[in-house]
Design a protein around this ligand. Structure first.
Ligand code: NAD
Length: 282
């Protein structure tokens, strides 16, 4: 039997705590405030921004969407991020992707103050993580580790293979897993033989954004599989990177898409907003 590592309970527990802390901040004067900076007209991004706004609203977090337009220049985006970084009324900043053509994420995200970089995207935040120093960690990576812990999956000394090396998911996740004393392998699009590095792993995390990339033949008997992928399915729904039909029955556990990593990611992002607000008021 393959267990389903759902994220809903964990997300609800995190959210209940954030809601209380947000209410305390509001009672003391000001609600925690998140600025969502958008410079695209991408429907998936619009959907995500909308879901973040709803999540914030449910928790008593004020959320403002700032639309810079799909043709905004790097200078315009940096100026907005710098202004919000200096603005005491803004506790937290999230820059949405995709960015306009020719605008590089690192170039603009370095304008986000580390104390407000709740999704840990700036080069400074990523460097703090790599150095083992305090800072905000990318929420999706943190969600993978929290989901594993919540379901009692041990990390220390275990072989973990992460499929994907983006700055948003794969790389920071590898750092977090190292901090948990796991032995980490990172696979990517140039990996010559994916199955050779995934089948020996105790835990496989799929974060490549490729439907059906990880199948039963990539998974060792009794492994734990976390599916980070959120790909658009032909029917308009979302589907992960793991081919569930061939992995179920072989793996000990698999996280579902949707309902696994996703809700925990959103809950952790909102917790980061509350933490940023608490620190700025302290
Ligand atoms: P990305 O496109 O930036 O990076 C994909 C990574 O996968 C790259 O490092 C690439 O080398 C690797 N890769 C691609 N094809 C591969 C292959 N055939 N074999 C091995 N590795 C391969 O994507 P991302 O931003 O890291 O996101 C990855 C997935 O996670 C996407 O589906 C995205 O939608 C999803 N995601 C989910 C959440 C969530 O909250 N659940 C959050 C962020 C991203």
């Amino acid at each position: 039997d393959t267990a389903s590592l759902t994220g809903k309970e964990l997300a609800a527990a995190i959210n209940a705590d954030s809601k209380e802390r947000a209410a305390a901040l509001t009672a003391a004067g000001t609600a925690p405030t998140l600025a969502l900076i958008v410079a695209n007209d991408d429907p998936a991004s619009a959907w995500y921004v909308n879901s973040l706004r709803k999540a914030a609203e449910r928790l008593g977090i004020a959320c403002e969407r700032i639309d810079l337009g799909a043709d905004a220049s790097a200078e315009t985006i940096r100026a907005e991020l710098s202004a919000r970084s200096a603005d005491p009324a803004t506790d937290a900043i999230m820059l949405q992707t995709p960015l306009p053509a020719g605008v590089n994420l690192d170039d603009v995200s370095s304008a986000i103050a580390a104390a407000k970089d709740v999704d840990g995207v700036s080069p400074l935040s990523l460097g703090l993580l790599a150095s083992g120093l305090d800072g905000f960690v990318p929420a999706t990576s943190e969600a993978v580790v929290e989901l594993l812990k919540h379901h009692g999956v041990a990390l220390q000394g275990r072989l973990v293979t992460v499929v994907g090396r983006s700055n948003i998911v794969g790389k920071p996740l590898a750092q977090l897993l190292l901090a948990e004393n796991a032995t980490v392998t990172v696979a990517h699009s140039r990996t010559a033989d994916l199955a050779a590095v995934t089948t020996p792993a105790d835990i496989v995390v799929a974060a490549a954004g490729r439907i059906g990339l990880v199948t039963g033949k990539h998974i060792g008997d009794g492994a734990v599989v976390i599916d980070v992928g959120t790909n658009e399915a032909a029917d308009g729904g979302i589907v992960g990177d793991v081919e569930a039909t061939s992995v179920i029955g072989k793996a000990a556990a698999l996280s579902p898409v949707p309902g696994g990593v996703g809700p925990v990611t959103t809950a952790l992002l909102m917790r980061h907003v509350v933490v940023a607000a608490e620190k700025s008021r302290a």
